[in-house]
Design a protein around this ligand. Structure first.
Ligand SMILES: [Fe+2]
Ligand SMILES: [Fe+2]
Length: 275
């Protein structure tokens, strides 16, 4: 990164051109990183919001305006390290994603769920699944998070752990009174009292219920902490031993092992890359 200081334009104190009022009015300046002292070359960097984040919102209509902005010589799209995020090590481990990428609320939720599973004396497979179950919400995408999360960890965990992460997506909507799982109160707030899961989710849950690993996934939903208490501090290091035995960290680092899911981890390292 330091070599680029040599190619820095001489007029590095000059701020870039004014942004069009339409972009400012649309609130899109939040997606634009203005030149700051930590920017390598004083160029404005535009973050193109991903389609999945803006489809169906007013921001979805501004793709063309953002593309037009990038034609200015003092403006580029964000690629590589975003100075607003802490840099990741060259060979990132699961712990690095917990520390440097996941939001506090997501990290706390995962650690609290894993801690409860451990306090309940559950198997390490269940503790591992609890620690990872919402990893997609923490770093990638919320919709279909069980399926995304299961794929992200598939090469590194036991198949039963992967399966139970995937199936918690559907099972969490359906009570199983025989093991003390009731419909989460939080979901009444989130989705309203009249929410009905779609048919495909219903079918998935029914099939999962007949599977030999049903209880592993059910335990993920039972130990899922629906009340996020930011004041209860759970530390990742409490689970370093469990992770060591149940998560095969690739030598090259997550994102660089050439696995079929490496791109998902790279997307969390550089979430704002234009392409
Ligand atoms: Fe979840
Ligand atoms: Fe959860």
């Amino acid at each position: 990164m330091s070599e680029s200081t040599e190619t820095r334009p001489p007029a590095n104190r000059v701020l870039p051109h004014e942004l069009p009022a339409s972009l400012r009015d649309a609130g899109l300046e939040n997606w634009i990183r203005e030149p700051l002292d930590d920017a390598v070359d004083r160029r404005r960097r535009i973050i193109m919001p991903p389609a999945a984040a803006v489809m169906g919102t007013p921001a979805g209509g501004y793709q063309g305006a953002l593309l037009a902005e990038a034609r200015h010589p003092d403006t580029v799209f964000m690629m590589g390290d975003n100075p607003a995020l802490p840099p990741m090590p060259e060979r990132p481990t699961l712990k690095d994603f917990f520390r440097l990428r996941f939001s506090k609320i997501a990290r706390t939720h995962l650690l609290q769920s894993a801690r409860v599973a451990r306090e309940n004396g559950l198997d390490e497979k269940v503790i591992t699944a609890c620690l990872l179950h919402d990893i997609a919400i923490a770093g990638l995408l919320s919709a279909n998070h069980g399926y995304w999360g299961a794929q992200m960890v598939a090469p590194y965990v036991d198949e039963e752990v992967r399966w139970s992460i995937e199936k918690h997506e559907a099972l969490r909507y359906f009570p199983d009174e025989s093991v003390g799982y009731t419909y989460p109160d939080a979901y009444i707030d989130y989705f309203g009292p009249d929410y009905n899961p779609p048919d495909y989710i219903r079918r998935e849950a029914e099939a999962a219920r007949r599977h030999r690993w049903y209880m592993t996934s059910r335990l993920v939903t039972i130990n899922d902490i629906y009340s996020f208490d930011p004041n209860i501090v759970a530390d990742y290091d409490e689970f370093e031993d469990v992770v060591g035995r149940n998560f095969r960290q690739p030598r090259e680092g997550l994102g660089f092992d050439g696995s079929p899911v490496a791109h998902m981890w790279r997307t969390m390292i550089w979430p704002n890359n234009f392409l």
